[in-house]
Design a protein around this ligand. Structure first.
Ligand code: ZN
Length: 557
């Protein structure tokens, strides 16, 4: 009788000779400002069937059996698997599969990169490129159809600029879209033209880019899965084992389910269904919420429904975030919301009725006012543990804090955006003083999750932590709101236990504790005591998901 195959008292995996940063805090303790979690020197963890079965300082040799994999951590640091609580992971992965043009330093290099793809792509199939930026080229001149025609006139080619607001297409796409001298510019968009008025291949703003959207073939499930797999590699290399992937449509979610079924998924995907205004009006979406055959929490420990994502306003730098007062830097506007306050409240109430959690993109103080009001209304409909949350909350008003505390409304934020894009320096003094005030939120007892919004910015959580603990804007060299600087422990908590809260997983992950998922990251830097620069440059040595190594730094072992 082979009893051992059915059950054995030994571990599947042991990581020993490590310092364990456990992050063994409860959400309540974090809200109260506690940051001194247990640190185990000369420690070990043991995992069995994907769960942590022991963590401590004296390794019990009885845990080691003939099939136990033992990893010597060589004195490095073990932290919980990191969690990105707001990312567009699948879309970022799809951009990786496309031709990445960011590295091109000249127009010739731009053309060469696309030519290489054309050489391996059957004629007639689409070629997609991302992230060209003529401002870094020797001659700062945007590409046109003539440049893309040098790549190929037999493949339809479309390339989006780094900003996602401009696209360039070749003659083949112009022909397929039926664009001519006589095509009028759509509302809010521009079709670029040559001296004779013929389309030159450039399309400005989403309404103009929309003119070619219906001729671009739908992504296949294989392509979506390829994006998920490619992104998994990047996430694991960054120490990320779980994320909330926002803005997904049904077909994207199906691809996730399939990737999981085929055992190709290397991160826990908490999927946010996108209330996309382009696909229907509010009554359409209200009906959709009602008809969805699943609710928040549906799924398994790898793929699970998180909530409904609502893009409620824009960003302060461009004056598109909805503010209580007109902008200092663009006084003619106070921004706008994408749907009305009444619609937002209707959506929140309907979501609550059908047990959906909602996450609202809100950057302005006015849009946050309405989002908060809608959450309060939602909790009147269904006083459950929904955990409705705000994504970004870039500009805070102090009078919002008590109500957010009363209803436990958390926010998920992206410190790297400020560090690399320097928005705080662009929006005038008054807004800058209320911009990304993470410490104020935390001091008020509001939970703050760490995230990247990748592909907007790099998903590297150590870069995010560096940004949160320095508040240095690399863009302008200024340390913005130095009084808002966080400690390294606070930053680590943001990307672990606090982020786990947003997917209702804080009892299963975000800390290294017995009973939790065996999601660990072995890193080379003692981030609680290291300098900010060392934290930023942390190397992930191993990423372990469900007790299995999913990433290992090259040249190790
Ligand atoms: Zn986003």
């Amino acid at each position: 009788m082979k009893m051992k195959k059915l059950w054995s008292p030994t571990a599947d995996l042991i990581v020993k000779n490590i310092t364990v940063y456990t992050v063994d805090l409860t959400i309540d303790e974090i809200r109260k400002g506690k940051t001194d979690f247990s640190i185990i020197e000369n420690g070990y963890v043991a995992s069995k069937d994907g769960k942590t079965i022991a963590v401590g300082s004296e390794l019990d040799e009885k845990l080691i059996g003939p099939d136990t994999e033992v990893i010597d951590g060589k004195g490095n640091i073990l932290i919980p698997g990191l969690i990105d609580s707001h990312i567009h992971a699948m879309f970022a992965g799809l951009e990786l599969v496309n031709v990445n043009l960011k590295g091109a330093k000249t127009k010739i290099e731009f053309i060469e990169l696309l030519k290489a793809k054309a050489a391996v792509t059957p004629k007639g199939e689409w070629i997609t490129g991302n992230e060209w930026n003529e401002l870094v080229w020797d001659i700062k001149e945007a590409p046109t159809k003539d440049d893309l025609d040098k790549v190929s006139t037999e493949h339809p080619i479309v390339c989006s600029r780094l900003c996602h607001h401009v696209c360039v297409i070749n003659s083949k796409v112009i022909e397929l879209a039926g664009l001519t001298k006589d095509s009028p510019d759509p509302d809010g968009g521009i079709i670029g033209r040559d001296q004779d008025g013929n389309p030159n291949g450039l399309l400005y703003e989403s309404s103009a880019i929309g003119l070619i959207e219906n001729i671009i073939p739908e992504l296949t499930e294989e392509q979506r899965i390829e994006g998920i797999v490619e992104m998994g590699k990047i996430l694991n290399e960054s120490g990320i084992t779980s994320c909330i992937d926002a803005n997904l449509a049904i077909d994207d979610m199906k691809a996730y389910l399939q990737a999981d079924k085929n055992q190709k998924l290397t991160y826990r995907a908490n999927m946010m269904f996108y209330l996309d205004k382009n696909s229907g009006d509010i009554p359409y979406h209200l009906n959709k919420i009602k008809e969805m055959p699943a609710v928040t929490g549906f799924g398994n420990d790898m793929v699970k429904l998180n909530g409904i994502k609502i893009l409620f306003d824009g960003i302060p730098a461009t004056g598109t975030a909805a503010m209580r007062k007109p902008y200092e830097h663009i006084p003619e506007t106070s921004g706008y919301t994408t749907i009305t306050a009444a619609e937002m409240i209707d959506v929140a109430k309907m979501a609550a009725k059908y047990n959906w959690q909602i996450g609202v993109h809100s950057c302005g103080d006015k849009s946050a006012d309405i989002a908060i009001e809608s959450f309060v209304e939602a909790y009147k409909v269904n006083n459950n543990d929904a955990r409705h949350y705000i994504i970004h909350h870039a500009v805070m008003q102090p009078d919002q804090l008590p109500i957010m505390k009363a209803y436990n409304i958390p926010i998920t934020v992206q410190p790297t955006i400020n560090s690399l894009m320097g928005e705080q320096g662009l929006i005038g003094k008054e807004l800058a003083e209320r911009y990304m005030q993470y410490k104020t939120f935390m001091d008020a007892g509001i939970l703050v999750g760490g995230s990247s919004d990748c592909p907007v910015i790099s998903c590297n959580p150590f870069l995010g932590m560096y940004s949160a603990i320095t508040r240095l804007s690399v863009a302008d060299g200024v340390v913005w709101s130095p009084e808002q600087v966080l400690t390294a422990a606070q930053a680590l908590i943001m990307w672990t236990k606090s982020s786990a809260y947003f997917s209702h997983d804080d009892d299963k992950m975000g800390s290294i504790e017995v009973g939790n998922y065996s999601d660990y990251v072995l890193i080379d830097t003692p981030i609680l005591t290291a300098t900010p620069e060392k934290i930023r440059d942390t190397t992930v040595l191993k990423t372990i998901l469900n007790g299995k190594v999913v990433y290992q730094v090259p040249d190790q072992k």
